[in-house]
Design a protein around this ligand. Structure first.
Ligand code: FES
Ligand code: FES
Length: 929
């Protein structure tokens, strides 16, 4: 297969036939090529875009529908085969009692996060519940096994499916609405369209007259290329309109995260640096673009030697990938404190080791998709993104426009996890739409998404740790090389964040943590849930297990002795003022730890090929950008016609910020959540809330939302001369303010209005107080940190090297849980991704570029998870809240590796711990023993 291969089923291959079937109970007659995919026909011809497409290959299950009451992947079904049959899609689910109940249950259990898998999940679950309305857990897991979810960790989905029978005939889902919103398990405010299938993702909307764009990408890790006569190629193919190359970019042919590092071309000019790099785009009518044979394209490749991996890029005589970095070292990071050599010299116990991790793919179920539309001298982009304002800035540079001439309208985002922080299709869509003055749309294929997008940085880490005879940590040193691939992306962020976190959430007086981001000919490594901290934690936690053993201490006790607490100073020289709840997390885990250890001991007492192990991992995570400004601004308004509107520029990629920020705003204002109209993440309408990354939206945008709502409340109180304890109500166009039996009223209709109808508004901003790091990494990199500890229990088959997870117990200090249900969902999802990192996921360019070969955890791979929320309030946070997105993932893989070691006595130092790797370690141990 070439990387451009479209699969055997196409929409264009054969003449159309008249095909009649029933869709959601209604008769449909279509003229379609019989070999067209049913998924494509549903979406493109019938507008039933609730059926999602994540892979077009039968791997993800997002397209699951029922055909004659049997589950099927619509992407694998030629529409000719459904003539005369009944098709049920998510759009028809609400017409059924069971389907409507399932939708309710998904809402109230928080089973939909980004929601892109939700239609497929619902259909698979519906199929199960029709046969058995109250299924057991095993049966449910089996029924959902064909549908992948990257967000939820599946547990809330399974809960919802098993609980759905209680909602049969119950009407619309409701959540708690009386009293304070903060702390309640409020159903997602954006959840209804997700469960109905009406949510609009990047591929679900485009102007009728939009042309299609298809990128042509390099099949080699490095190559020179020459283009033939593209114009003649286009002219010879009816329906093609134009080819765009580097010379067609009106502004700067480059993009990148950092202002001084715009190193990635929109279209390569002459030489490519990674497999999957975009060299040009073909635009035309959909059928013509889809039918294009890439092999016929007039392009000649000259493959060049490539540097694969950091070691190759650092080797003597390695060529230079980018002229501005002759040694291929993009960035160096450093945190140094105390005298690390003196620390090691006085230690009673020393542990050291080398650790390796590989590329990890985000594998969001929604491939990149969207459209661009030129409107006079401005351009609009509708696409999935985590960072609309950054996208705006990039597109403005590429087209050569002022910022205000670019409008980014984020679509619903079908998962991101850091992978949609970089622009993908936005610049090339903008170029094409701008030049042609016609709307242009694009939907990446699964393979295209995987080869072109950023990855988690592979790492090579050498680390050394030391403690005294009592087990108190004295010194820690690490040197980590992070393969940042062909372009910078978030490489500097990773190199900067790792040294700050690499010692873990512990008191260590002598520290030297060094990192490098290395340019190679790999795919660009970027942001992925944790920005390098998960890789560093694997090394550090493993060595701390060594030290605990050497000091004769229980592994949990060792961590408790050394846990950093409020009042302690970090390796960056920052004294933690408050909300450092690791010790509380560990204390909360202790009974679980002891129980699971006893269970493992009892299990292992009987000899056999399966051994049980228990491991523990801890983490801390700085919330927001590292030592730099990352403000957010929010607005809450009342209009003349009585609408209360929350103008919220934070993009909800599934984590729940839309709901959480509204809960915060509601309590700060004193009106219920359901009174708010929401305007979300549109650069023309909302203030810049910053990007959705670094676990920052609850903390940073939450504070801004709180301030905005409080400012509006203050204005209302000022107008009515009321005190801070007054109760507000909004009826029609009247705001009622009651205090001590006195009621005052504001008639909004009588107030002078701004152009948009606003009569009262509150605007609030927050920028976490930080101090940039100096040359030794000293400063205040983050205003606050999340803390967590997780325990994993698992079984290892000593003959096969396979692993089965039994249970994970997770204790997280989140400050205040604004919405405990959504917090739990983040923890479940983070743990599932941590399982993938530890045991399954390895992106190998050219080999694992689809969801068949690149394995992510399925419903059956995630064990029961017990969650303990430790709410140590952060004084700076909104109602004490911090963040949870990334902290959820970081401790999982260390806990799993610790459990493998406990079970087997071997110490994995490379992830994923695939069966063959563990098998080799076990055989090597046998050889030694
Ligand atoms: S889109 Fe059909 S299985 Fe993935
Ligand atoms: S909610 Fe399942 S993929 Fe996002």
């Amino acid at each position: 297969m070439t990387i451009h291969d479209r699969s055997a089923l196409t929409a264009t291959a054969h003449a159309a036939d008249s095909i009649a079937f029933r869709l959601n109970g209604a008769d449909v007659v279509l003229s379609e090529a019989p070999d067209s995919r049913l998924s494509e026909v549903l979406r493109a011809s019938l507008g039933a875009t609730g059926t999602k497409v994540g892979c077009d290959a039968g791997d993800c299950g997002a397209c699951t529908v029922l055909i004659d009451e049997a589950q099927a992947c619509a992407c694998l079904v030629p529409v000719g085969q459904i003539a005369g049959r009944d098709v049920l899609t998510v759009e028809g689910l609400a017409q059924t009692l069971i389907g409507a109940a399932l939708q309710q249950a998904f809402q109230l259990h928080g089973a939909a996060q980004c929601g892109i898998c939700t239609p497929g999940m619902l259909m698979a679950a519906y199929d199960l519940l029709r046969r058995n309305p109250q299924p057991g857990e095993r049966e449910t897991l089996d029924a959902l096994g064909g549908v992948l979810c990257r967000c939820t960790g599946y547990l809330k989905i399974v809960e919802a499916v098993r609980d759905a029978h209680r909602f049969i005939g119950c009407g619309t889902a409701t959540s708690p609405s009386d009293g304070p919103a903060i702390g309640t398990r409020l159903a997602r405010l954006d959840g209804a369209p997700k469960v109905a299938g009406s949510e609009r993702y990047g591929a679900d909307s485009a102007p009728e007259d939009a042309l299609w764009l298809r990128a042509i990408r390099c099949p080699h890790p490095r190559a020179r290329f020459t283009l033939g006569d593209c114009d003649a190629f286009v002219e010879a193919r009816p329906g093609l309109v134009r080819v765009f190359t580097a010379k067609d970019v009106p502004g700067e042919n480059s993009f990148g995260i950092y202002p001084h590092l715009k190193d990635q071309p929109v279209f390569s000019a002459g030489e490519t640096r990674y497999r999957g790099e975009c060299v040009l785009a073909v635009v035309g009518e959909k059928e013509a673009v889809e039918a294009l044979s890439i092999e016929a394209f007039p392009i000649t490749w000259e493959p060049l030697p490539a540097m694969i991996g950091s070691a190759a890029a650092l080797a003597e005589g390695a060529f230079t990938l980018h002229d501005f970095v002759p040694d291929n070292v993009l960035t160096r990071g450093r945190v140094e404190r105390g005298d690390v050599e003196a620390g090691f010299a006085q230690a009673a116990h020393v542990a050291q080791g080398a650790f390796e991790t590989g590329f990890v793919e985000h594998a969001y179920i929604e491939p990149e998709a969207g459209y661009a539309k030129r409107i006079g001298d401005t351009i609009e982009i509708f696409a999935c993104t985590q960072a609309p304002y950054m996208d705006r800035d990039e597109v403005a540079r590429v087209i050569g426009l002022p910022l205000e001439s670019v409008r980014i309208i984020p679509s619903a985002c079908g998962g991101g996890f850091g992978g949609k922080l970089d622009v993908s299709l936005q610049p090339m869509l903008a170029v094409a739409a701008w030049v042609l003055d016609r709307p242009v749309r694009c939907v990446f294929s699964r393979i295209e998404s995987m080869i072109s997008s950023t990855k988690r940085h592979p790492s090579s880490i050498q680390a050394k740790a030391a403690c005294d005879a009592d087990g108190r940590l004295i010194a820690y040193a690490m040197e980590g090389d992070f393969d940042t691939g062909a372009y910078a992306s978030w490489g500097p962020t990773v190199a900067g964040r790792v040294p700050v976190h690499a010692t873990g959430p512990y008191k260590v007086p002598h520290v030297r943590n060094l990192s490098r981001a290395i340019y190679t000919n790999g795919p660009p490594s970027g942001a992925f849930r944790g920005f390098g901290v998960p890789q560093a934690a694997l090394a550090q936690e493993s060595l701390f297990d060594d030290l605990a053993t050497a000091a004769g201490l229980d592994r949990l006790d060792f961590r408790l002795i050394n846990a950093i607490r409020a009042g302690d100073t970090t390796p960056s020289g920052q004294t933690l003022e408050a909300s450092a709840g690791l010790a509380e997390c560990l204390e909360a885990l202790k009974p679980h730890w002891q129980r699971l250890l006893a269970d493992a001991a009892a299990f292992n007492a009987s000899k056999g090929r399966t051994r049980r192990g228990v491991g523990i991992g801890c983490m801390w995570y700085g919330i927001g950008n590292t030592g730099m400004s990352n403000p957010s601004t929010m607005r809450v308004t009342l209009s003349q016609d009585g609408h209360l509107t929350f103008w919220n520029g934070a993009v909800d990629i599934g984590q729940g910020s839309t709901t959480v920020l509204t809960q915060i705003a509601a309590d700060a204002l004193g009106l219920p959540v359901e009174r708010f109209d929401l305007v979300l993440g549109d650069t023309a309408l909302t203030f810049d809330a910053g990007k959705t990354s670094a676990s920052r939206q609850t903390f940073v945008s939450g504070r801004a939302a709180e301030a905005a709502a409080a400012a509006l409340r203050a204005e209302i109180l000022r107008l009515t001369n009321a005190g801070p304890s007054a109760r507000l109500a909004l009826e029609g166009t009247t705001v009622t303010v009651a205090e001590n039996g006195v009621v005052a009223r504001i008639d909004l209709a009588a107030l002078p209005a701004q152009a948009d109808g606003t009569v009262l508004e509150g605007i609030g901003s927050f920028d976490p107080p930080t101090v940039p790091l100096d040359a030794m990494g000293q400063g205040v990199p983050y205003a606050t940190y999340g803390f967590a500890a997780q325990i994993a229990s698992l079984d290892v088959d000593l003959d096969l090297g396979t692993i089965r997870l039994n249970r994970i117990v997770a204790a997280h200090d989140v400050g205040r849980a604004i919405n405990p249900m959504l917090v739990e969902g983040q923890i479940h999802g983070g743990i599932a991704q941590g399982i993938g990192l530890a045991l399954m996921e390895e992106y190998l360019p050219g080999r694992t570029e689809n969801l068949h070969d690149y394995l992510i955890p399925t419903a059956g791979d995630v064990p029961p998870i017990d969650i303990i929320l430790v709410e140590d309030p952060e004084p700076l946070g909104p109602s004490g809240a911090k963040g949870i997105g990334e902290p959820a993932l970081v401790p999982t893989a260390p806990a799993i590796l610790g459990a493998i070691r406990h079970a087997t006595g071997v110490t994995p130092r490379q992830v994923p711990v695939l069966p063959h790797r563990l098998w080799e370690l076990l055989r090597a141990k046998e050889g030694r023993s």
